[in-house]
Design a protein around this ligand. Structure first.
Ligand code: SAM
Length: 257
């Protein structure tokens, strides 16, 4: 089954494709207090909700990158509907190929829930820190272990104990890169249940409405496996947070855009 078709189907009920809440995203947007001339890049932007909210709130200029054609089409539809005059563009491409026009010029660089694009949490912070101007914002979303993962869980996930760090490790990873942690939005169990539950719901609805789709058996099997893993282990083991960093002005030789 096409990877992006699978993710499109299981995220049909989601506005934000990660385990955070609408309220937490709204609080993040409110916190940033961006000027109109702010330039924002969101790597692995999903349906573009973060950028569209920033455009609605502040009239920023932005670019959203995502590898999924379904996400980019959704983002463009939402942009047209909610902020048609906004200077925001969405591009379908691999986030690791994205380079801003100039380094150290963006006001905000974000990668919320896709650190594999850059090879991990630390590498994502390195990449985004190199994009923002002095005083700019680096915003990442990242899982963390809430407790030591069971061996069976790791085997089922196809992950190792080092696949994720701890919450404190994720939070402190900014410091050696000149990134000061100024806030965290830590997902609650309700946020997680909503994120996972909407996937089960979306898959069940799809199965009901598309009984003849040849991809259905694979879709149903994958969602059933993920649901069982979440209920048995993930719910108590995996956390998720958005980490909000600000680049220390002294870390760049160049000045803000
Ligand atoms: C967990 S979702 C997060 C989406 C969005 N940041 C949000 O919070 O709603 C991960 C996103 O990464 C995108 N993605 C996966 N691999 C990618 C890559 N190599 N380059 C760009 N986007 C990628 C997926 O299409 C998906 O939209």
């Amino acid at each position: 089954m096409d990877t992006w078709k699978f993710y499109d189907i299981i995220h049909r009920e989601h506005v934000v494709c990660n385990p955070t809440s609408n309220d937490k995203l709204a609080r993040l947007v409110g916190l940033l207090r961006l000027p109109r001339e702010a330039r924002v890049a969101d790597i692995a932007c999903g349906k573009g909700e973060f950028l569209i909210r920033l455009a609605e709130a502040y009239g920023i200029r932005g670019i959203g990158i995502d590898i999924s054609p379904f996400c980019i089409a959704d983002a463009q539809r939402q942009l047209q509907r909610r902020a048609p005059g906004a200077e925001v563009v969405f591009r379908q491409m691999n986030g690791s190929d994205f380079r801003p026009q100039e380094p150290h010029r963006l006001t905000v660089a974000a990668c919320i829930g896709a650190s594999w694009v850059f090879g991990g949490h630390a590498e994502t912070l390195d990449a985004l820190a190199g994009m923002v101007a002095p005083g700019g914002w680096v915003i990442v979303g990242e899982p963390y272990w809430r407790q030591r993962p069971a061996e069976e869980y790791l085997a089922a996930l196809g992950a190792g104990p080092d696949s994720f760090g701890s919450h404190v490790g994720n939070a402190q990873a900014g410091e050696p890169r000149g990134l000061e942690l100024v806030h965290t939005f830590v997902s609650s169990q309700d946020d997680w249940d909503n994120y996972e539950g909407l996937q089960w719901y979306a898959a069940a609805e799809y199965a009901r409405c598309h009984p003849d789709d040849p991809d259905l058996p694979e879709l149903v099997a994958r969602v059933a496996k993920d649901k069982a893993m979440y209920l048995r282990w993930g719910r108590d083991t995996l956390g998720w947070a958005m980490y909000v960093f600000r680049h220390r002005p002294s870390q760049h030789a160049t000045s803000a855009a």
